[in-house]
Design a protein around this ligand. Structure first.
Ligand SMILES: C[S@@+](CC[C@H](N)C(=O)[O-])C[C@H]1O[C@@H](n2cnc3c(N)ncnc32)[C@H](O)[C@@H]1O
Length: 280
């Protein structure tokens, strides 16, 4: 798989990022579960349907979708990260979720059976493609005529205090991160709704709707929230490159997070797009 256009992302999600996400599975699921549920309401999976979960990670959404399609349905979780797929397989086995299956594959390039799925879903798994129009065209070919697409992606970083509050606290002790190239693969690659629409149109989707969605995220206690903030996203990357700043950063991040706890749980604002479209 490593000779595909997404070799950099495959290396990234099989190295530190995949291990980090696997070890923080419970914390990240708590933080993101509500946003995944919102997309599922738009997708409206029906009993007996066959679904794709693109960039399924450790499988929380794959299992939730499998419960919705029931014994006659099937959900295929696709990901490039072996560590996360192994976690997903374990969870599916523990849950006895026989209708959840997992595939190690690059969703941009994998030759899915044509018109094999009723719908494709993703929770933050579609912003990492080197060639997004090609990736979405590939996903569209896997859908039946009229098949549905529904995913959630982040708006700009500045609209997402769950990210900027700990990052700003940490930056008091760290060199500033490289400014991201707009649109480059990464968590905020789909911040521009016009770009997302253009990608989906180029991929052949129709009935494209892109809705802003504002919701509080968090749910973790103080220590879990600090541990998570220090290890994922831009702050996590800076921490890996600047281990000497750890104690100072951790103290400032703890203070910033403590100021945003409600009833013992972190609560910070998030801003996403909920995107839906159809094949044809
Ligand atoms: C931000 S994580 C989200 C994981 C999961 N959907 C969740 O919400 O917990 C992004 C996921 O997309 C996967 N991914 C990135 N590029 C991919 C590609 N080309 N094909 C399939 N999966 C990909 C990563 O390995 C990672 O698991």
């Amino acid at each position: 798989m490593s000779d595909t256009a997404n070799a950099d992302q495959i290396a990234y999600w099989n190295d530190k990022a995949g291990q980090t996400w696997a070890s923080l599975q419970a914390e990240l699921d708590r933080q993101l579960e509500g946003l995944g549920e919102t997309v599922m309401e738009f997708l409206a999976p029906a009993a007996g349907e066959r679904l794709l979960d693109i960039g399924c990670g450790s499988g929380q959404t794959t299992l939730a979708l499998a419960r919705r399609v029931g014994a006659e349905g099937l959900v295929l979780g696709v990901d490039i990260s072996r560590a996360l797929l192994a976690a997903a397989q374990r969870r599916a086995a523990e849950a006895g979720a026989a209708r959840a299956r997992f595939l190690e594959a690059d969703a941009q390039a994998h030759p899915f059976d044509p018109a094999a799925f009723d719908a494709a879903f993703s929770r933050f798994g579609v912003m990492f493609f080197a060639d997004p129009p090609a990736a979405f065209a590939n996903i569209r070919r896997a859908l039946k005529p009229g098949g549905r697409l529904a995913f959630v992606c982040w708006r700009t970083m500045m609209e997402n205090p769950w990210m900027t509050v700990p990052l700003a606290a940490g930056l008091a002790h760290l060199p500033p991160p490289e400014p991201p190239t707009p649109g480059a693969p990464g968590p905020f690659a789909f911040a521009d709704a016009g770009r997302v629409r253009g990608i989906l149109e180029a991929a052949g989707f129709s009935q494209i709707e892109i809705r802003p969605h504002d919701a509080m995220v968090g749910g973790n206690d103080l220590e879990s929230a600090v541990r998570t903030a220090l290890r994922v996203g831009p702050l996590g990357m800076l921490m890996r490159d600047n281990p000497q700043a750890r104690d100072a950063v951790e103290a400032s991040v703890r203070e910033a997070i403590a100021a945003n706890m409600k009833d013992g749980q972190l609560q910070l604002a998030s801003a996403t797009w909920i995107v839906t479209a159809r094949n044809g």
